[in-house]
Write a protein that binds this ligand. Sequence first.
Ligand code: ADP
Ligand code: MG
Length: 634
Amino acid sequence: MALLQISEPGQSAAPHQHKLAIGIDLGTTNSLVATVKSSMATVLQDEHGHALLPSVVRYMPDNSVVVGHEAQAQQSHDPANTIASVKRFMGRSLKDIANSAHIPYRFVDSADSGKLLQLQTRAGLKTPVEISAEILKTLKARAEKSLGVESGRGELLGAVITVPAYFDDAQRQATKDAARLAGLNVLRLLNEPTAAAVAYGLDNAAEGTFVIYDLGGGTFDVSILKLTKGVFEVLATNGDSALGGDDFDHRIYCWILDKIREGDSHFAPLGEQDTRLLLTKARQAKEWLTDNHEAQIVCRLSNGSLIDVTLSAQQFVALTQQLVIKTLTPTRKAMRDANLTLEDIKGVVLVGGATRMPQVKQAIEDYFKQTPLTNLDPDKVVALGAAIQANALVGNRSDSDLLLLDITPLSLGLETMGGLVEKIIPRNSTLPVARAQDFTTYKDGQTAMSIQVVQGERELVADCRSLAQFELRGIPAMAAGAARIRVTFQVDADGLLSVSAREQTTGIEAHVVVKPSYGLTEDEITHMLKSSFGSAEADKKARMLAEARVNAGAIISAVTIALRHDGNLITAEEKQAIEAEIEALQAISETDNAVVINQGVDKLNHATEAFAAARMNASVSRALSGKNLDSINL
Ligand code: ADP
Ligand code: MG
């Protein structure tokens, strides 16, 4: 999704009117909350001075819920009730989750909440939305305390929450639902790479193409953002949903096991608790090696044996070389998808705690042939950008500040006769947006209308993605083309669409909120856009053919009805001639040649000229009968 900035006349709030708003990075591994204080974006800490809140939720035996470090520490003791990385399950069904057999949770495919999954915990069935809401509640409480909301220093107006650029509608909706459940007013969902770019001030400083390289705990995402005339556009996203800092921990863990086996070839496999312990030690060693030459790993296993090994930074780099190289494959793919060369890249932004590792930074620098931007904390930059955006959205802005707005990535429209798409909201419209267009009936006496909502750039419904379908019933029976049905498309600031249709004379209305459970990925969007460029010519042909067929159908039906009512106005021969043309046109309509069909329409029009004149005369004389000339204004 791309973003547009607009500058607005300044409404800079006086200090005492400063409105409270927060930005939240709801991460797979860690979550954070930030705010803008005295014009500076700052991450808020808990009472122990921690900025990062591990995204781990534990349902306790006494019915309480614990979130963060404490829950993380208990993961190995109570795995089924201690949920980590819940972000991976947001808006997903069981079949979306690869390798669920290796995950220690008890999944249930829920029947009533559609296709979305639930987790069985000691506190009952929990949806990923509810679990995420616990994380958000904790961050909200932290913010309220730190901002003095509790002591009456103001009211928390809302939050900007970040989501990966590739999150689809279902995942975005789930994130919004979680926020609502946590009692947060969602000002906007913001793409993580865009938030990072905002934190670096790229939105008001520069034009150009930027790479956002995000290596988190368990996921790797690379996004290419283009900034032109104030519009942020995601040119490409790629990544690996099973590659992150955890894999580096795992390499150290395997190295420790090898070391143990070197000294004891009969060493028994480790239990769950020891595995967890060693993985934690491995993570600490990894983080230590970011700033030190060697790490000593010391711990005692449950069987009493002592582990004491030393890992050098050099050894660590060798152990993890393959992982670092692995991130370059999606990076290259994203560059290729966006059709870019290295010279096109103006800057590289590092996001995610795992980009702190010197070997990762070095690999990026070698590949892009430039030093990446690192002056902001890579694991805080997304939250900082979200806070800046939240601050702007509630109106704490000075004149020079800009407001970021999302835009629609694909056009939205509806199906008209002949399987054609009528675009109502064109691609790249700024959100929120509402557009209305009037439609009419195709047939005499038509009392219902089926409205098919589609997304895409192509001319034919069959080539676009259908989002929803609904019916407007109770249209008063009128001649074809007489009814006025106003269809309104509305997309809110988070990209969610609602469509309504209203018959203008009676006021009857139908409405649908489009919440597809499975939206489009950026890849699909890119694919749909590419195919629309490639097939513009073929589409034009198809549209012409469909339009010709619709015209032919309309005239055949109109003439047939007219013959039935007013056939007595012409001679039997004239009537036969018209009927022959109708048959001929019917046959031609089956062919694929729009030009020939249009010619057939012209011929039928021509053949009915005398008949039309006769009908006109008849209706004029009907209207005039019994009136004198003075009362007629010609
Ligand atoms: P996510 O986006 O998945 O929530 P983060 O951006 O918080 O994750 O990144 C978490 C990862 O960053 C973990 O694997 C953690 O060990 C790693 N990390 C944090 N600090 C450092 C450091 N100083 N050196 C190396 N890795 C680090
Ligand atoms: Mg992250």
